[in-house]
Design a protein around this ligand. Structure first.
Ligand code: UDP
Ligand code: MG
Length: 322
């Protein structure tokens, strides 16, 4: 039995058939060059192209490949979560994108750091080869998190990381539905270190993250790891009360000292519209937290596994149920 794997690579795949041949070539030579036995856990996140077929073929011909098929598209973070649950590596687990934006060959440098005593080694993107608006969005988001987050989220780090077995075990314990893995990783603690690297462009195909999904991810980061938004509402409320009090004093002075009866229907209307907006936004912010409570209280499993090919044989997902 191949249960002596020291290292696991977890790769989520969503319609990455175009990248599979290159991934296969690169990973095969990498697996051969490693000083310790390593497995590759490919997670199919409900792909509709040839990805599942290519994964099956590969896993059936090579016992180091574990192919995990989710029941539908669950999203990047949950696909990684599934991979982390299925990974056997006793020493560490490397998380990697299937589009080869993060060079798998960096594993050597990552492992070296881990051998120096770090429990988490993550990549820091030095130059993003991405459109300027995406870079700006990322830049602002990480700076906001640094300012207002409850965790030390390293700027420009992604999910690309090597996690020790200990950290993976703790990550697997965290039950949160709305997963923001890089935040959870930072939350766990222990000795962590970043390694700067150049993020390549996608080998083939286009990004599977829609704008909405990126926004959802940013929301998870902000609302799961910061209490700032909810505290901000209170501060906003206090500020508006103060403004209105000052205005009241001004109006009273105008009336009784100078005898001016203030007019200002437009000002009134503007104030009402402004504060309706403020109230709706505040409700929305509270709503984000309520939504998270709601999802958590539903207590659904994080993902559903359809089937797994492991040790070159097929396992039905149901057999893996606890
Ligand atoms: N991915 C996934 N499920 C999704 C979206 C993406 O498993 O719903 C995978 C995708 O195949 C890739 C990785 O997650 O291997 C990163 O996705 P992508 O390259 O689209 O993100 P980007 O690099 O543009 O942020
Ligand atoms: Mg990518």
């Amino acid at each position: 039995m191949q249960n002596a794997f020291q290292l696991s690579f977890v790769v989520p795949l969503y319609n990455e058939a175009q990248n599979m041949p290159e991934l296969k070539t690169r990973m095969q030579s990498l697996l051969a060059s490693l000083p310790m036995p390593a497995e590759l856990v490919l997670v199919d996140d409900g792909s509709t192209d040839q990805t599942p077929q290519l994964m099956s073929n590969w896993a059936l011909e090579d016992a180091r490949i574990q192919a995990v098929f989710l029941s539908r598209n669950h999203g990047h973070q949950l696909a990684i979560t599934a991979g982390l649950k299925m990974a056997n590596g006793k020493f560490a687990v490397m998380i990697l994108d299937g589009d080869l934006q993060d060079a798998p060959e960096l594993i050597h440098a990552f492992v070296q750091k881990m051998q120096e005593g770090y429990e988490v080694v993550y990549g820091i993107r030095t130059n993003r080869k991405e459109p300027w608006y995406k870079r700006l969005a990322y830049y602002s988001f990480y700076r906001i998190m640094q300012q207002f987050g409850n965790i030390q989220l390293p700027p420009d780090s992604g999910d690309f990381a090597l996690l020790s077995r200990k950290v993976v075990d703790y990550l697997n314990l965290l039950p949160e539905q709305n997963r923001y893995l890089r935040g959870m990783r930072a939350w766990i603690g222990f000795k962590q270190i970043g390694i700067p690297y150049e993020r390549n462009e996608r080998f083939a195909g286009s990004s599977k993250y829609t704008f909405k999904r990126l926004l959802d991810l940013a929301y998870s980061g902000l609302f799961n790891f910061s209490t700032f938004p909810i505290k901000f509402i209170t501060r906003l409320g206090i500020a508006s009360i103060l403004v209105s009090l000052f205005y009241l004093v001004y109006v009273l002075i105008e009336k009784f000292v100078y005898g001016n009866v203030p007019t200002g229907f437009t000002a009134l209307l503007m104030a009402i519209i402004l504060f309706s907006g403020v109230q709706l936004i505040s409700l929305g912010i509270i709503g984000e937290y309520v939504l998270r409570i709601h999802q958590q209280s539903q207590g659904r499993p994080l993902f559903i596994i359809d089937k797994v090919i492991k040790d070159q044989s097929l396992i039905n997902g149901q057999e893996l149920l606890p």
